[in-house]
Design a protein around this ligand. Structure first.
Ligand code: XMP
Length: 508
């Protein structure tokens, strides 16, 4: 395995992801991880991440100097490389200009780390300090216009440093550099797969939980469903899955979730129908943030009441993904600050439960792969992401049961048509939005005055940015006709052609 020591970079998780893509196992640890443990664990290589500080700051995160004497190959990235310089007799100074963005590297001489990397290949820079004096026994292997010492190596010790970020996709040959480190320099083998992830997680969870009980907050979305199936394998009946039906789910979704678990895995969910309570609380509320708050609080209340019935439970399982968690290791190495936009935030502390988040280092596509491997049906796994507050943020304005039902019918027609035409998987998220606007229409000989429905479909890789999907106009025509013909209450359908930014994916 590879050990990544984290110095607080926003890109540390990307390093882990690139390594996983090469089918090598890695673990991220804080920079102050005990050196003896590293020695015991015998990693094939160590990566020192980037970080926001300067190596000369008073409380700059450090690493045990003996790490450079272990005989284990080391790759220092940005801050990591500056540490190598600092501890091995080099010199680091603040640059007069911060270097940020793309640069071209000029490769000087041959080297294993940069093998097969094109000269003048584009790399991604983000730093304020740079090396002004080479450490002892090191040589320069690449430079850029602004960084004369951009990549360094000590081949005898197999210690390497890069000023740029190979883990960022903008570094064109970055993946190649990481692979060179993994395979040529550390001698790793590409044998880490979703199957290994499953086995390891099961082992770890068994060790952690023992014969105690854990509760899973199962929304029925992809992430929590995969987490539930995976942990069920580890804990069996000691995992209690609580599914709260908020009444804000898509058509049939709550029942489909319960059925999927029963039929495929013989797992019985604790199915709580709280739809009336949610509707009651949301009555008359139109402000999107108020809706979110009410839904979050009501969810916690219902969930807590149900979970308390299982007095002896000590753990709470959540399907949190890495992008849900913006995490940074505090540079003083004591605490970890976490920012989450999760719907059950605060729940574990309130209920005094210990949190288990098996996917907090993974991205959505990786969780989908694990879900498939666990035998969850593809159609279930490939479902588009769905927001926690559900259809409440897609019925604009006041939420009523009637309006939710209108939206559910229209949304179902839209989604079914996407499957019918085989384009569902090309789209990141597609859904219908019921607008608080009425328009005039004519049906038969009668004048109508009914709701306007908007269709939204976007492509994206992570939901952070998105582009509207270019449908064939015949597809839009088909969906519009079907909806207006069969959904009572809608007499006009429009298509949303805004991208994010400046718009958002959801309308509220
Ligand atoms: P926006 O609308 O901000 O959405 O472009 C980005 C992604 O986040 C989802 N989303 C939410 N997910 N709780 C959630 O769990 C929320 O309150 C929430 N609001 C938006 C949205 O569906 C998209 O995938």
């Amino acid at each position: 395995k590879i050990i990544i020591l984290d110095f607080g970079s926003q890109y540390t998780q990307l390093i882990a992801r690139r390594i996983r893509e090469s089918k090598v196992y890695s673990e991220i640890h804080p920079h102050h991880y005990d050196l003896n443990k590293i020695i015991e664990e015998r990693p094939k290589g160590i990566i020192l991440s980037g970080g926001p500080m300067s190596v000369y700051d008073e409380d700059a995160p450090v690493v045990d100097k003996k790490i450079f004497e272990l005989g284990i190959p080391i790759l220092g990235i940005c801050y990591g490389m500056q540490l190598i310089a600092r501890y091995n007799g080099g010199n680091v100074e603040p640059a007069s200009n911060r270097e940020y963005g793309k640069a071209e590297i000029n490769i000087i001489g041959d080297d294993n780390l940069l093998k097969d990397v094109e000269n003048n290949s584009v790399v991604w820079m983000s730093h304020g300090d740079y090396i002004t004096e080479l450490p002892n026994d090191y040589k320069i292997i690449a430079r850029t216009e602004n960084s004369p010492i951009c990549a360094i190596s000590n081949p005898a010790k197999k210690i390497y440093g890069l000023q740029f970020h190979p883990e960022v996709v903008h570094s064109k040959d970055g993946k190649k550099i990481i692979d060179n480190f993994l395979f040529d320099l550390c001698g790793c083998k590409p044998d880490w797969t979703p199957g290994n992830f499953i086995e390891n997680t099961i082992d770890e969870v068994k060790k952690l939980v023992g014969d105690k009980k854990a509760i899973c907050a199962l929304s029925g979305g992809v992430d929590s469903s995969v987490a539930a199936v995976l942990l069920h394998k580890a804990l069996g009946k000691n995992l209690i899955n609580i599914h709260v039906d908020t009444g804000l789910m898509r058509k049939n979704e709550s029942n489909d979730v319960v059925k999927m678990f029963k039929e495929n895995f013989d797992i019985e969910l604790v199915h709580v129908d709280a739809s009336e309570l949610f509707l009651e609380r949301l009555q008359g509320v139109t402000d999107p943030e108020k809706k979110r708050k009410i839904i979050g609080n009501t969810f916690i209340e219902v969930f807590e009441k149900e979970a308390k019935k299982f007095e002896d439970a000590e753990f709470l399982v959540q399907g949190t993904l890495y992008p849900d968690v913006i995490e940074s290791v505090s540079v003083k190495g004591k605490s970890v600050t976490i920012k989450t936009h999760h719907n059950v935030g605060g729940l574990p502390e309130r209920m005094n439960l210990k949190l288990i988040e098996p996917f907090r280092e993974l991205f959505k596509d990786e969780v989908r792969e694990i879900g498939l491997k666990l035998g969850i049906p593809e159609i279930f796994i490939k479902r588009h992401p769905f927001p926690g507050p559900g259809l409440a943020v897609r019925v604009l304005g006041e939420i009523t049961k009637e309006r939710l039902d209108i939206l559910r019918e229209a949304d179902d027609i839209f989604i079914k048509a996407l499957h019918e035409d085989g384009i569902y998987d090309n789209i990141w998220q597609a859904f219908a939005v019921l607008l608080p606007v009425q328009s005039v229409g004519v049906m038969g000989d009668a004048r109508t005055y009914e709701n306007v429905l908007a269709l939204r479909a976007v492509t994206s890789t992570d939901g952070m940015t998105a582009d509207w999907y270019r449908f064939d106009h015949r597809f839009l025509e088909k969906v519009s006709n079907r909806i207006i013909r069969s959904v009572k209450g809608i007499n006009r359908v429009v298509y949303d052609i805004s991208s994010k930014p400046p718009s958002t994916i959801e309308w509220e």
